[in-house]
Design a binder for this molecule. Structure first.
Ligand code: NDP
Length: 284
């Protein structure tokens, strides 16, 4: 029987810390502000944006929503980002992805000021993460690390396998595990000996985007299993990339879906926005 690492609990603690720090900042006349841009009417994006706005209100931040029509041009979007980059009461800017096809995601990410890039997607922030000298960490991998720490798990010297190499999750996840002295392997769709590699892992992170992809025979007895996936199973029920029912009896620690990594992402976004507000006000 594995110990279940509760993202609900850990994220509530992170949010409570951010809220307390925000109250402190307000005594100095500073209220952190987050601008959230959403282009088009993708229902999943709308849910994420609403959750981010609610989280801001809960911790005491100001949030501004910019809901733009699907036919917004690249120039219009870049002009808005430029305005927000210059707006002193806005400390963090995020543009909800994916964008409609005619918009250039890379150019949009590049346009956000690195100091306000609370998603940590800007190439300058990505580079800073590589060299281990960063202000912001990408929210989902940072959330996974927070879960690992909360369970008192030491990464140093452990064999860590990350399945997935996206810029948003897999690659930065691997880097954060490496920073903590894990011996890291990154797997992807061209990996030949996936089962063998996964079943050698002390710490296994699944960020594949395939429902119940990780089965018991891919997991070492006593492994720590962190499930980033958010998928729907054959019955339309929310599930992760890990087959929880099969894997849980074999793991020492495991995160559930829902209630695992998911709630951590927004909590870490709040943490990044607080950090941005502090940096922009000369508080370290
Ligand atoms: P991507 O689709 O960008 O990346 C998926 C990765 O999995 C790719 O690197 C791909 O390899 C790899 N992959 C796909 N199929 C296989 C396979 N058969 N064997 C081995 N590797 C494979 O997804 P994201 O990284 O954006 O997201 C991953 C999951 O995490 C999704 O379920 C997403 O919904 C969820 N997610 C959850 C968040 C949260 O807050 N909890 C936040 C962000 C994402 P290749 O590169 O070769 O194509």
């Amino acid at each position: 029987m594995a110990i279940i690492i509760s993202g609900k609990e850990v994220s509530a603690n992170v949010r409570a810390e951010v809220k307390a720090a925000c109250e402190q900042l307000r005594t100095k006349g500073i209220t952190p502000g987050l601008a959230v841009i959403i282009v088009g009417d993708d229902p999943a994006s709308r849910v994420y944006v609403n959750n981010k706005k609610k989280a801001c209100a809960d911790v005491g931040f100001v949030s501004e929503e910019y809901a733009l029509p699907a036919e917004t041009t690249q120039e219009e979007l870049l002009a808005l980002i430029d305005t927000l980059n210059r707006k002193p009461e806005i400390n963090g800017i995020l543009c909800q992805l994916p964008l409609p096809k005619h918009l250039d995601e890379k150019a949009v990410i590049n346009a956000i000021s690195p100091l306000k890039d609370v998603d940590a997607f800007h190439p300058s922030n990505v580079g800073r993460i590589m060299i281990g000298d960063y202000h912001f960490l990408p929210c989902t991998p940072a959330g996974v690390m927070e879960l690992i720490h909360s369970a008192g798990i030491d990464v140093s010297g452990k064999s860590c396998v990350v399945i997935g190499r996206s810029n948003i999750v897999g690659k930065p996840m691997a880097m954060l595990l490496l920073h903590e002295n894990g011996t890291v392997t990154i797997c992807h769709s061209r990996t030949r000996n996936l089962k063998e590699l996964c079943s050698s892992a002390d710490i296994l992170v699944a960020a594949v985007g395939r429902p119940k992809f990780v089965k018991a025979d891919m997991v070492k007895e006593g492994a720590v299993v962190l499930d980033v996936g958010i998928n729907r199973d054959e019955n339309g029920k929310l599930c992760g990339d890990v087959d929880f029912a099969e894997v849980e009896p074999k793991a020492s620690y495991i995160t559930p879906v829902p209630g695992g990594v998911g709630p951590m992402t927004i909590a870490m976004l709040m943490k990044n926005t607080l950090k941005a507000a502090m940096l922009q006000n000369g508080i370290d």
